[in-house]
Design a protein around this ligand. Sequence first.
Ligand code: ZN
Length: 407
Amino acid sequence: MSSHSLPDSRPRSLWSGLIGQDDVIVTLQAAVRDAHGPGESGPAMTHAWLVTGPPGSGRSSAATTFAAALVCDEGGCGSCQACRTAAQGGHADVHVEIPEGLVIRLRPTAEELVRMAALAPMTATWRVIVIEDADRLTPDAANHLLKDLEEPTPHTVWILCAPSVNDVLPTIASRTRHVGLRTPSVVSIAAMLVNDCGVDETLAAFAARASQGHVGRARALATDEMTRERRQQYLRSPMNLRDLPSCVVVAGEVFEAVSAVADARADQLDEEEVHLLKSRYYAEGVTRLTGALKRSHDAEAKELAKEQKRRRKRLVIDEVDRAIVDLIGLFRDVLTVQMQAGVELINGEMTAQIEQMAAGSTREDSVRRMDALEHERTVLFSESSPRAVLEAVMVQIKDPKVRVGVA
Ligand SMILES: [Zn+2]
């Protein structure tokens, strides 16, 4: 034990992704301390958690940070192998379930998770199972988890994420300890961007406002030129909607932009994973695998390719959702001007265009457009094709009295 160690600066790097969530950090750090204590865990630790918060507030970031801190020998140093692999999704004792579809079913997903939860941790003190979007568990799937949530295998921790407590079954809520994140303020996001990303205050203020409280989005806007350009393209799209055919054309252009963003991200992740898989099978100097090793490698490679394909699809959907959220922000600004509300605009740099749109439409139009876009966000996460959703978005922006695909 050294009095010269820097207890503050080390944990901060791991927890610094949680912006404006000081209460939550205190709770989770106390849990990690009790989880790493000698013998039985102390009272601040428990085996089942429910992390709630609005989209972008950092639900999954809180869950994976907590997971990393639990599998790190030092309770989350932020720099060891365990911390790094847990944060990147490559730790053997941390499983993060990210649903691709609208629901998480009993078979195979919930059954697999319960099987996984029954295993002792391989290298760490804890095995951690994170379910992002636990609100998508079907009742069957949720019920299958109940016994485990109540009496988990020793050294297994469940961390469920959902928008709010009301989004999960009461039986789930009652068996988990609740941690609630709030929407981070524009000021706290901007401060993070200046401190962590080293961007200047003007850019930080813009990115924080434009992100509408979504931390990951703010970071991308502050640090990535392409993200800013794409966002501009999404926001300019309503100006090119003259008639029905142009709606289809514009939707196609936005879809191409969205796909470029998603593909760039997917390519990068895919490449890292393929490299990791290779490095596990090919020892120094080995150029060809044979026998059982080859079969095992091929099976893993096939499974990985399937996972990657699913993720690529999900990344497209996520980016389409961002485009729609940006457009909702635009029409909120138009409505703000129409109501003369005097509230700061999300897209202050587009004031001239927004004032023009406000003069050329009614408040009712703006409200209808925002409603339609909110509806299309929910359609997006069902079975619908993202491109078709964008077409519906453009048609309803063009003519707010039209309703597409509403039963
Ligand atoms: Zn560590």
